[in-house]
Design a protein around this ligand. Structure first.
Ligand code: DON
Length: 305
């Protein structure tokens, strides 16, 4: 299996040239685009990996399933459904293209920026720093990696340049969907996006979602199965944004991408996959990462459709 992964890495790295590292967050523009890593955590408790799989990168939108999970754990499914729902938007992750109707109902979607910003308000904690700490603790616990932390320079970079997210948060406030201080909420959201992980961490987290909340090694319930179902369903329908249909067709399992180049793959009852390749396409999805997952899915027959 390791040699299969090595072949996939060497055969797909060149696809990075069809993408670009994200430049709208200045710190991300400094990342070397020619990297590709892959890590698989399997049911047999055996792990396989190849390429740049231990290189740290910021989670960016790959943290959205964890924000959703923490909100579900802290506020329950009804509150989450009422605030952001489950429906795909078919629009880019930072879209402003909202109808009034979309901003009054449960139509925001938890996987795009507006939904994730709104969901920070459903995480428990007296301050937004405390809410973020809960999210960080959850990330460390699911990845079994106590050293996971924030890349402060990426956080500052997002804080200083994230005016579109600021505007989206004010839009939520204008429509009465959030009422807390916008800067407080955004400090939690931007910090969450700036959590540093590697492919192993994403594979481990993805594996627990794949196993419906049960730790595949110890059998411990890390979170209720119905929350895994909620998260996995949204990953399947909109985890890859307005590229989710193509991804479902060509790759075929729930997954979440981030503009840092990470992708977390969830293959129900089978495995978790972490991929990293920082050059992204116009949807914000890693180009070489998606191609590598396509090849892997064909080889291991991973499509659930
Ligand atoms: O809020 C943002 O724009 C980034 N911190 C995260 C966006 C992102 O990762 C979109 N994903 N592909």
């Amino acid at each position: 299996m390791n040699s299969l992964l090595e072949n996939i890495v060497s055969a797909n790295l060149h696809h990075a040239s069809h993408g670009h590292v994200a430049t709208y967050i200045p710190q991300l523009a400094k990342v070397n685009p020619n990297q590709l890593g892959i890590y698989i955590s399997t049911e047999e408790e055996e792990d396989f990996f190849a390429g740049d799989c231990f290189v740290p990168f910021t989670m960016q939108s790959v943290v959205k399933p964890l924000i959703l999970l923490q909100a579900l754990m802290d506020s329950g499914e009804n509150a989450v459904r009422t605030l952001v729902g489950v429906e795909a938007t078919g629009k880019p992750f930072d879209t402003f293209n909202y109808s009034d109707q979309a901003l009054t109902g449960a139509n925001i979607n938890p996987m795009i920026n507006t939904g994730a910003i709104a969901l920070c308000t459903l995480i428990r904690g007296k301050t937004y720093q405390e809410r973020f700490e809960r999210l960080l603790a959850l990330t460390r616990r699911l990845a079994e990696d106590p050293n996971i932390d924030v890349d402060e320079s990426v956080y500052r970079s997002e804080w200083e340049t994230g005016n579109k997210n600021r505007a989206l948060a004010y839009l939520l406030r204008a429509y009465g969907l959030i009422s807390d201080d916008v800067d407080d909420i955004l400090s939690c959201y931007f910090r969450a996006c700036s959590i540093l992980v590697n492919c192993r961490d994403l594979a481990k987290i993805g594996h627990i979602f794949a196993n419906h909340g049960i730790h595949p090694g110890t059998g411990e319930e890390m979170f209720p199965a119905e929350f895994a179902r909620y998260v996995n369903a949204t990953l399947a329908t909109c985890g890859m944004y307005d590229g989710s249909g193509g991804f479902a067709l060509n790759v075929g399992f729930p997954a979440k991408s981030g503009v840092g180049g990470g992708i977390m793959g969830v293959i129900p009852k089978r495995m978790g996959i972490g991929v990293f390749a920082p050059a992204i396409d116009r949807h914000g999805n890693s180009v070489a990462g998606v191609k590598a997952l396509e090849a892997l899915s064909r080889k291991l027959d991973l499509s659930i459709y």
